[in-house]
Design a protein around this ligand. Structure first.
Ligand SMILES: *Cc1c(COP(=O)(O)O)cnc(C)c1O
Length: 233
């Protein structure tokens, strides 16, 4: 072993192995879909994960992370932000307008804009804090009453409205219904994105990211595939 060899204790941790395995699976899905691997970003979803798991991901170079609650994200990332200057933090859970200030202060990208009032609150905060906020619009492709996201029929007007507020709309995000084949939902998201001239598609989770890549996902959001099953909260 040479001095420059990586520390085996860290490189062989389950988290680093799982992340390497996920990267290989993403590369394979890209090859099968005839896509350039550089066009798919792995977002590591660290909700409910201990700091050690987050550290292990950082140590093997993972830099894009997703969280679904503002408060938990602050606990995970406020200190690490100062240590790692190249982090990209993405909010992937529903956001209440009264948390807009905290969300704008912490996150680089908010993936869950789904109503005008929230977009307005984010725009006001982004201006106040002097931050260029990037956002995605979340679409409720399954039209599930309990789920966040704008209905597909209302997507175009909302996207247009968010754009007028000075937020950078990069693309769309969806979470398909659990008991349906996800492909139709991914196809619908892609169709709405195309007709609105949007390039980013955040879709695909641990169980269906290969399908999402086939349908054009640019960001896949993986939690349990990288960190193991979450404890129920
Ligand atoms: C938790 C979560 C994920 C990750 O889910 P896994 O099935 O564990 O990969 C992805 N997207 C959103 C919006 C989530 O809340």
């Amino acid at each position: 072993m040479t001095i420059s060899s990586p520390d085996p204790a860290t490189t062989s941790s389950p988290v680093s192995e799982r992340i390497e395995a996920a990267r290989r699976k993403i590369a394979r899905a890209c090859r099968i879909a005839g896509r350039d691997q550089a066009g798919v970003t792995l977002t590591a979803v660290t909700k409910t994960q201990p700091d050690a798991a987050i550290r292990a991901a950082l140590e093997i170079g993972q830099r894009v992370f997703g969280e679904n609650r503002v408060q938990e994200a602050q606990a995970h990332w406020t200190a690490l932000r100062k240590e790692f200057f190249d982090l990209e933090l993405r909010l992937i859970g529903p956001l209440q307008t009264n948390k807009a200030a905290d969300a704008v202060a912490l996150f680089d990208v908010i993936e869950t804009v789904d109503r005008p009032r929230l977009a307005e609150a984010l725009a006001v905060e982004a201006q106040k804090q002097g931050r260029a906020l990037r956002v995605l619009v979340q679409i409720n492709t399954g039209e599930e009453p309990q789920k966040a996201g704008v209905l597909p029929a209302d997507a175009d007007p909302l996207i247009a409205q968010v754009r007028t507020l000075g937020l950078t709309v990069e693309g769309l995000m969806c979470i398909p219904p659990v008991n349906e084949a996800p492909g139709l939902h991914f196809a619908l998201l892609r169709k709405i994105a195309r007709r609105n001239g949007l390039s980013v598609l955040s879709m695909g989770m641990s169980d269906d990211f290969d399908v999402a890549i086939r349908f054009g996902a640019t960001h896949v959001r993986l939690g349990s595939a990288l960190f193991g099953e979450r404890k129920p909260v």
